[in-house]
Design a protein around this ligand. Structure first.
Ligand SMILES: NC(=O)c1ccc[n+]([C@@H]2O[C@H](COP(=O)([O-])OP(=O)(O)OC[C@H]3O[C@@H](n4cnc5c(N)ncnc54)[C@H](OP(=O)(O)O)[C@@H]3O)[C@@H](O)[C@H]2O)c1
Length: 246
């Protein structure tokens, strides 16, 4: 017999074949949700994760592509009958030192905004009618500390996460009372994305009050807490071991 707090609920976690998304998919499944795992190219990893989680399935789809974003939500509802929880985690970046303005070309800006901002928007718009029907719809966006401080892998990435954080607030304002919308803004997290960022990891260890970088589970814990928090909407929670204080 199922006993989790999200029993009977369906959760779509974009970009969940690895890192923060995979940890979130596992944690939501542990709490009883039926999870849809998604990625744009890592099909084997996504399929393997879905096979480990009870009732879960994998759907490939690039959120930057309008048709694929819509199909991702439509297939989720076709397969599982409903959608209660959307975690907009899929994201991308380019590593460009901030002073190198000419390296941050218009194509780089378009690619990053195409996934982090427009892709998130496309999945969200497709999901909203289903989240409204759920009776308890929740969206959690995965933003970044880079959207709130003058840090991050590049200026286009940081600006895209600032846009995502503000989109969170704007959506919360119009989607209540049926849907709550919140975000997490992680600092440095140990995932495949940051595996060779040892200098940044050393900096965080030296600077942050909690003296370490984050784990995917550290971030998933807050995402799942926001999914469960019934009187919170429009919040962007920094999850950075206190790095923003220094
Ligand atoms: N790691 C950090 O330090 C950190 C800090 C702050 C915020 N974040 C944010 O956390 C999120 C997850 O990052 P992570 O560190 O966990 O990275 P990760 O381990 O590299 O995972 C990224 C996931 O997103 C998927 N993805 C990328 N582009 C996609 C697209 N267009 N459509 C669908 N899925 C896509 C990837 O699979 P495919 O490549 O197969 O598509 C993968 O499943 C991102 O939004 C990132 O900006 C990370």
């Amino acid at each position: 017999m199922a006993t989790g707090r999200f029993d009977g609920q369906v959760a779509l976690v974009t970009g969940s074949s690895s890192g923060i998304g995979a940890a979130t998919a596992r944690m939501l499944a542990d709490a009883g949700a039926t999870v849809v795992v998604n990625s744009s190219s890592s099909v084997d990893a996504g399929t393997a994760l879905a096979a480990e989680l009870p009732g879960a399935s994998y759907i490939r789809g690039d959120i930057a592509d309008g048709d694929e974003a819509e199909a991702l939500v439509a297939t989720t509802v076709e397969r599982h009958g409903r959608l209660d929880i959307l975690v907009n985690n899929a994201g991308t970046t380019a590593v460009i030192p901030h002073p190198d303005l000419t390296a941050a070309t218009a194509d780089v800006w378009r690619r990053i905004f195409g996934v982090n901002v427009i892709g998130t928007w496309q999945v969200t718009v497709a999901a909203v009618p289903h989240l409204k029907s759920s009776g308890d719809g929740r969206i959690v966006n995965v933003s970044s500390l880079a959207g709130h401080r003058a840090v991050g892998s590049s200026i286009p990435y940081a600006a895209s996460k600032a846009a995502l954080s503000h989109m969170t607030v704007l959506l919360a304002n119009v989607l209540g009372p049926e849907i709550r919308v919140n975000a997490v803004a992680p600092g440095l997290v140990d995932t495949p994305w940051t595996s060779d960022w040892d200098d940044v990891r050393a900096f965080v260890k030296a600077q942050a009050p909690l003296e370490r970088s984050g784990t995917p589970q550290d971030i998933a814990e807050v995402i799942v807490a926001l999914v469960g928090a019934r009187y919170v909407t429009g919040e962007v929670v920094l999850v950075d071991g206190g790095l923003h204080l220094r």
